[in-house]
Design a protein around this ligand. Structure first.
Ligand SMILES: [Zn+2]
Length: 404
């Protein structure tokens, strides 16, 4: 396949995912359009496909207002929250121990300071869920509060580039919540003990979604699994996170259309990496109970193709043999270099099951993970993609698959 043609395919795919389809968060029509398109396109290269279907909420909001006496505050509706219209006494805490001893019944709680520093992991997010998050969530659910207002700071490593970030983003959590900046929180604090009026228009909508799995090669006890998540964070075009990953999967599928090897190649468009309940990943794990050991290697693409800097391949638990092969292959690709390990991606699933993995991303994002303001914002659009990098990555992965 010549490079010009691959570059033009990459540009066409990226445009379809980010501009024609646009919104691809789990539960939306756009998400289903994206999986339909992916399935159709990859089948056209002779791959056998399977759809793993699940139910998932979508969410719509109509803004929120908060009044204390005659002062109004800038607030945002927490994603996937339920709505509320209530007048209640405001109370505030900044630590878990304050929260534990708080009488919050029928009040509106302002969470500020330390307790609002880290985005709380969703209740049913099993991969990483620190005890202090679980404890906070459990107290909030059982304290009888009418609603929660979170005043949050900046935390790019956990919330992407979003400021303020929603402290709670969880469709399984049923206390209505809104959020605001740290500065706005300071101006609200003097109203503790007084009545405030909160109205938040927010609606959960039943929906569904699926993983798309494409396979070639018959030996199911020697699988190479190449993955990228097809969903995007709600309200963002998700170009680098992660349309480029899915584009690379399609380019790879075309490059391997005549694959006649024995090992099974499994290409997975995961659905849910940027969604509170990670439904596609949970389903994939359930479907693979007892067969993870058949996986020789996972290659997960997330955050690849940024215009500045090298492509990064980060290695997790590779054998000496595979490592050597990979360094020889990477020598052939001057724009790809080894990256440090980073955990925030679907390769972590395979690593947790003891499988070797390679995470494919951009060095710039790995190096700036704590202080960039692009991830999960509208800035993550096609303009920041270097389209020429995508075919190069697909070719490198093809070489790797052939050499293993
Ligand atoms: Zn991602």
């Amino acid at each position: 396949m010549n490079t010009e043609k691959l570059i033009s395919s990459a540009g066409r795919y990226l445009n379809i995912f980010c501009r024609e389809i646009g919104e691809r968060s789990v539960g939306t029509d756009g998400n289903r359009k994206a999986t339909d398109y992916f399935e159709k396109e990859i089948s056209s290269f002779g791959w056998e496909t399977e759809l793993q279907e699940f139910e998932a909420l979508d969410w719509e909001e109509g803004g929120a207002t908060l009044l204390a006496e005659s002062k109004s505050f800038d607030i945002l509706v927490s994603p996937y929250s339920t709505g509320i219209k209530a007048t209640a006494v405001l109370t505030a805490v900044s630590t878990i121990s304050e929260l534990e001893s708080l009488d919050a019944k029928d009040k509106i709680i302002l969470l500020h300071g330390g307790i609002a520093r880290e985005q709380l992991m969703p209740k049913n997010f099993v991969f990483y869920n620190p005890e202090h998050h679980q404890k906070t969530i459990s107290i909030l659910e059982n304290c009888g509060a009418k609603a929660i207002i979170a005043a949050t700071g900046r935390n790019a490593s956990l919330a992407g580039g979003v400021y303020p970030f929603p402290l709670i983003e969880d469709g399984d959590f049923n206390v209505p919540s809104v959020y605001m900046t740290e500065e706005e929180g300071l101006t609200l604090l003097p109203y503790v003990g007084k009545e405030v009026k909160l109205e938040s228009v927010s609606k959960r909508i039943m929906g569904n979604g699926c993983n798309v799995i494409a396979r070639k090669g018959g030996n199911t006890s020697a699988r190479i699994v190449v993955t990228a998540h097809i969903d995007a964070k709600k309200g963002t075009p998700g170009a680098i996170d992660n349309a480029t990953g899915v584009v690379i999967l399609l380019l790879l599928a075309e490059l391997l259309k005549d694959y006649a090897g024995d090992k099974q190649i499994e290409i997975v468009a995961f659905n849910g990496e940027d969604y509170y309940a990670v439904p596609g990943q949970m389903l994939y794990i359930a479907e693979n109970q007892g067969t993870f050991d058949d996986i020789l290697l996972n290659i997960n693409i997330d955050g690849a193709g940024y215009k500045t800097g090298d492509t990064a391949f980060s290695f997790f638990g590779l054998s000496e043999g595979i490592s050597q092969k990979i360094s020889r292959i990477l020598d052939l690709f001057p724009d790809i270099s080894e990256g440090v390990q980073w955990p925030q991606g679907d390769h972590s699933i395979f690593v947790q099951f003891g499988r070797p993995a390679i995470a494919v991303s951009s060095q710039w994002f790995i190096n700036n993970i704590n202080d960039q303001d692009i991830t999960h914002t509208p800035k993550d659009n096609v303009e920041i993609v270097d389209i020429k990098k995508l075919p190069t990555i697909a070719k490198a992965i093809k070489r790797l698959i052939e050499d293993i």
